[in-house]
Design a protein around this ligand. Structure first.
Ligand SMILES: [Zn+2]
Length: 418
C-alpha cells in the first residue's frame, strides 16, 4: 500500500492524500489553498479513484472536489452535515470569491448527487476497506477517518480538536493498533491557553470596547467560529448588542436542522436567537458606528462583508478588531495581525483600531496531539500534514524521539510505503 501526499505538505491548505492499494485507490480530502490565487493539489484522474472520503467542510479540505465531476467522478463518502456545509462553502467560492475556478455550479451539483452520507461513528464498506467516521470535534460535521483493509489499519485525523467547546464535543475516540497515522500539525508546537480564560478575556474585552464607545469587529469563519463566538457571548450573558452577518447566517439555518451534531443544541438556539441578523447595506453602514459586537465572515478577511467592516472599524482608535482564528500566510488577516495593516481605499494603511488575538482554536494544541499519539498501539508510520513547515518538521522529530515511531514531515508529492 502507498500513501501519497498530493497537497498539504508543510502548509495549511489543499489537503489531499491518495491511498493506493491492490484493493482500491482512495482519496482523502481534496482541498484548495486560499491565498491571492487559489492553489490546487496535484492532479489525479477520476478514473483512477474508487472513492473519495471527505473529513470536513472547510475549503482547504473540500474546495477542489468538484473538479472530479467535470467527467464521471467517483462516489464521495462524508457525514450528512459535512455535505451540506461543503456545498454552502463551495457555492460561495463559485459565486463571490472572484477567483478563477476550473469548475462550475453544475459540477458541484453532480458532486452532491454522487455523495453518500453517514453519521458520526458509522462504519461503512468502501471497496475493499471498512471506514469509520469518528466525530473530530473540529467544526460541525467534522470526522477523523479510520480505514481497515488489506491487513492494514490507517487513521487520518483530518482537522481534530480534543477539547470541548461551546458548540461541539471534543474528539474522544479509541484508536488501537495502527500501521499508518496521518495527523494534522496546525498547532503541533504550541499549547492553547485554557479555553475558559480565553472566553473570559474575550468577553471582558468586548465590554471594554463598547463601554468606551467603540465597536468590536470579529472576523470569523462562517462555519463554526462565528457560532462559537455567539455562544460564548450568550453563555456569559453579554449585555450589549451583537450582530451577525454573511454566510454565518446560512450556516445557522443548516445547524438548526442538525441538532445531533452539536454539544448543547438549546444553548446554541438561545445564542443565535439573541444575535441581530444583518442583511442590508443600510444596516451595515449604521452598525459600524454603533457600540456593539459585529461577527462576520470571512475569517481571514479574504472576502464577504468582513472587508467592509474591517475598513470601517480600522479607522477609529476606540474600536477593536478581535482575531479569533488561525490566519494562513499570505491572507489579509495575517497581514493585519503581523503588521497592523489593512487595505483601505486600495492602499495598505496602518490600522488605528486596537487589534487583539484570542485563541479560540478548533484544533488540538501540542498536548492534545500528544494525547492522541499516546492512544496509538503498534508501531505505525506517522505523517505530519496540515501545518506550517517548522511545525510539521519539529512535530515529526518529537514523535520520533518520544514514541520511537517512524515519523515524517512529507514533501509535496512524496509517497510512503505502508
Ligand atoms: Zn478545518
Amino acid at each position: 500500500m502507498e500513501a501519497r501526499i498530493l497537497g498539504s505538505a508543510r502548509e495549511v491548505g489543499r489537503s489531499a492524500i491518495l491511498l493506493k492499494s491492490s484493493g482500491a485507490n482512495l482519496l482523502l480530502d481534496f482541498g484548495v489553498l486560499m491565498q491571492r490565487e487559489i492553489g490546487f493539489p496535484a492532479h489525479v484522474q477520476p478514473k483512477d479513484l474508487d472513492a473519495i472520503l471527505l473529513s470536513h467542510a472547510h475549503l482547504d479540505h473540500s474546495g477542489a472536489l468538484p473538479l472530479f465531476y467535470l467527467s464521471d467522478g467517483p462516489k464521495i463518502y462524508t457525514t450528512r452535515l459535512t455535505l451540506e456545509l461543503s456545498r454552502l462553502l463551495i457555492e460561495d467560492l463559485l459565486r463571490v470569491s472572484g477567483f478563477y475556478l476550473p469548475f462550475e455550479y453544475l459540477d458541484l451539483l453532480e458532486m452532491t448527487r454522487k455523495t453518500i452520507t453517514l453519521n458520526p461513528d458509522d462504519k461503512i464498506k468502501i471497496s475493499s476497506f471498512e471506514a469509520t467516521f469518528y466525530d473530530a470535534g473540529h467544526i460541525p460535521g467534522s470526522a477523523s477517518i479510520l480505514l481497515e483493509g488489506g491487513g492494514k489499519r490507517i487513521l487520518y485525523t483530518g482537522d481534530v480538536n480534543d477539547e470541548d467547546t461551546q458548540l461541539l464535543r471534543g474528539a474522544d475516540y479509541e484508536i488501537g493498533e495502527l500501521d499508518l497515522l496521518i495527523t494534522e500539525s496546525t498547532y503541533a508546537t504550541e499549547d492553547h491557553p485554557p479555553r475558559s480564560e480565553v472566553e473570559k478575556s474575550f468577553v471582558e474585552y468586548a465590554k471594554e470596547v463598547i463601554e468606551r464607545g467603540g465597536t468590536l469587529f470579529v472576523p470569523a469563519f462562517s462555519v463554526g467560529r462565528a457560532q462559537e463566538i455567539a455562544c460564548t457571548l450568550s453563555s456569559h450573558r453579554f449585555p450589549y448588542p451583537t450582530y451577525m452577518d454573511g454566510m454565518a447566517l446560512k450556516t445557522n439555518e443548516i445547524l438548526f436542522r442538525h441538532p445531533e451534531y452539536l454539544r448543547d443544541y438549546k444553548a446554541f438556539r438561545r445564542a443565535i436567537n439573541s444575535v441581530e441578523v444583518v442583511t442590508a447595506w443600510r444596516q451595515r453602514k449604521q452598525i459600524v458606528n454603533t457600540p456593539s459586537v459585529i461577527i462576520s465572515p470571512a475569517g481571514m478577511l479574504v472576502g464577504g462583508a468582513a472587508i467592509f467592516y474591517n475598513q470601517q472599524i480600522a479607522q477609529r482608535e476606540k474600536n477593536g478588531i478581535a482575531i479569533v482564528a488561525y490566519q494562513v500566510q499570505g491572507t489579509p488577516g495575517r497581514t493585519l495581525l503581523e503588521k497592523g495593516l489593512a487595505l483601505i481605499n486600495g492602499k495598505p494603511t496602518k490600522v488605528k483600531a486596537e487589534i487583539k488575538r484570542f485563541d479560540f482554536s478548533s484544533h488540538s494544541g501540542r498536548s492534545g496531539l500528544m494525547n492522541l499519539l499516546r492512544k496509538v498501539k503498534g508501531s505505525p508510520k506517522v505523517l505530519m500534514v496540515h501545518g506550517e513547515e517548522a511545525s510539521c518538521v519539529s512535530f515529526a522529530k518529537n514523535v520520533r524521539e518520544i514514541f520511537g515511531f517512524e515519523a515524517y514531515a512529507p514533501k509535496p508529492n512524496e509517497a510512503f510505503q505502508v
